[in-house]
Design a protein. Structure first.
Length: 445
């Protein structure tokens, strides 16, 4: 493939002989170490995500502040995400991941200390979330674009799906543990345990030798070389030159991704889904307490239920669905089912029905996300992979939280959480139906 408009000319990864979704853990030692450490750390991260949402609600008693806290960490990704992607395309992705994981450890440790000492405020919570966002702006594209060096091109789609399975396994376990920790030790210890969990990632990365990483596919410019935007490597440049170079490289990446074609069509749908679909999770503390009458443990159970559905979806994508030569139909089915499930969830007042709808919405959401991620990575040229994943992070983390979470918090403050979720679901459903009618990528990939 030579561009996003010619995605159909390149077949997706060849199906493996086994439908076992965990087969690549046996096949690739370095990926196995990375996946185990990352999954353990994500358990802590989900404990922190749950605790931050509940803490923001306790401190402010405001749906708007809950949305603001969720969105502030995404602001650096919006502002600097594409620059970070340009640096990732020209740097050592493995070392970047190591450095940013260390920053996450420090951030969680500080949050633990200020909460344990009773000094935490809404303002300090916002500042620490912003610091986390700065590190995430670089870490997300580095980590996701590094996967191909751990498993190779043929195992990329199932590896991405298995990453989603680890994410959703952590979403199941993390909030459940978090609810128990809040009840027994206090909310601060969710942050302390998360800080400790980052040690699992750093220890795992320390066990991976740089010689185990596969060489980047052909077409990847080496660090320090002249790239497609006519810029030079950051190692030999001053800071102003680095900023000019990364800006030019980021702009070139945007031009590439926004060319007419299958990649742009899929990215457009992904963007609408991220802005109007994902932010419903921001309002789960409000729905849990005010609509369903649940406590922190019940809220953790709701997050865990979404995670169970997502875990099943990820295992299906990594296993049986990875054998399908055409996955676009599955993707579009999930893109339509997800907003319909959100619309039903918005107005239910029955706890068991709410849990069932959350399970199904988690399944549809992660199946859509995992398939989109894998398809997009196979649609673009290797030299743009870091910028693609930076744009993906900008959409799924940046716009979803900075715009989507803040927006849904504002709307919920005006018309209530159920109506806000329902409005987002209607917009997303309309976008999915329009895409299904006008775009052709889902019939070809």
């Amino acid at each position: 493939m030579t561009g996003p408009g010619r995605a159909a000319s390149v077949p997706l990864a060849a199906p493996a002989a086994s439908a076992n979704p965990f087969r690549i853990l046996r096949r690739h030692r370095s990926y196995r170490i990375f996946w185990i450490g990352q999954t353990l750390s994500l358990v802590g991260s989900w404990m922190q995500t749950m605790a931050v949402g509940w803490l923001a609600l306790d401190l402010s008693n405001s749906a708007f502040i809950v949305g603001l806290v969720a969105s502030i960490g995404a602001l650096p990704i919006v502002l600097f995400g594409m620059h970070a992607g340009a640096l990732v395309d020209r740097g050592n992705r493995f070392r970047i991941v190591q450095a940013t994981q260390a920053v996450f450890l420090v951030q969680a440790g500080v949050l633990w200390l200020v909460t344990l000492s009773g000094q935490v405020t809404s303002a300090s919570l916002l500042i620490l979330q912003f610091v986390q966002g700065l590190a995430s702006a670089v870490e997300i594209p580095a980590r996701q674009s590094m996967v191909i060096q751990l498993v190779g091109r043929d195992d990329l789609q199932p590896a991405i799906a298995l990453n989603s399975s680890g994410f959703n396994l952590a979403r199941v376990v993390g909030p459940a543990i978090g609810g128990a920790v809040i009840g027994s030790l206090g909310i601060a210890w969710c942050f302390g345990l998360n800080a400790a969990s980052f040690g699992a990632v750093l220890l795992g990365l320390a066990r991976i030798s740089s010689t185990e990483l596969l060489a980047p596919p052909a077409g990847t410019p080496p660090t320090g070389a002249v790239d497609d935007a006519g810029t030079r490597g950051a190692r030999r440049a001053t800071l102003p030159q680095v900023l000019r170079d990364t800006t030019a490289s980021a702009a070139d990446g945007l031009r590439y991704l926004l060319r007419p074609g299958h990649a742009r069509d899929l990215l457009a749908l992904v963007t609408v889904g991220a802005v109007f679909g994902g932010p419903y999770l921001t309002l789960l503390p409000v729905v849990a307490r005010d609509q369903l009458g649940l406590d922190a443990g019940g809220y953790g159970g709701m997050l865990a239920t979404v995670g169970v559905g997502g875990l099943l979806a990820a295992l299906l994508v990594a296993g049986p669905i990875s054998h399908r030569p055409r996955k676009g139909g599955v993707l579009m089915s999930a893109a339509i089912a997800f907003p319909l499930l959100l619309l039903a969830f918005a107005y239910t007042r029955h706890v068991l029905l709410a849990y069932l709808l959350l399970f199904c919405s988690g399944l549809a959401m992660i199946m859509w996300n995992a398939l989109s991620n894998g398809m997009l990575q196979l649609m673009v040229e290797e030299r743009y992979r870091g910028r693609l994943m930076a744009f993906y992070a900008l959409v799924f983390v940046g716009l979803s939280q900075a715009l989507g979470s803040l927006g849904i918090g504002v709307v919920a403050g005006l018309i209530g959480a159920p109506a806000a979720i329902a409005c987002c679901a209607v917009v997303l459903l309309a976008a999915s139906l329009v895409t299904m009618r006008r775009a052709s990528f889902w019939r070809r990939v």
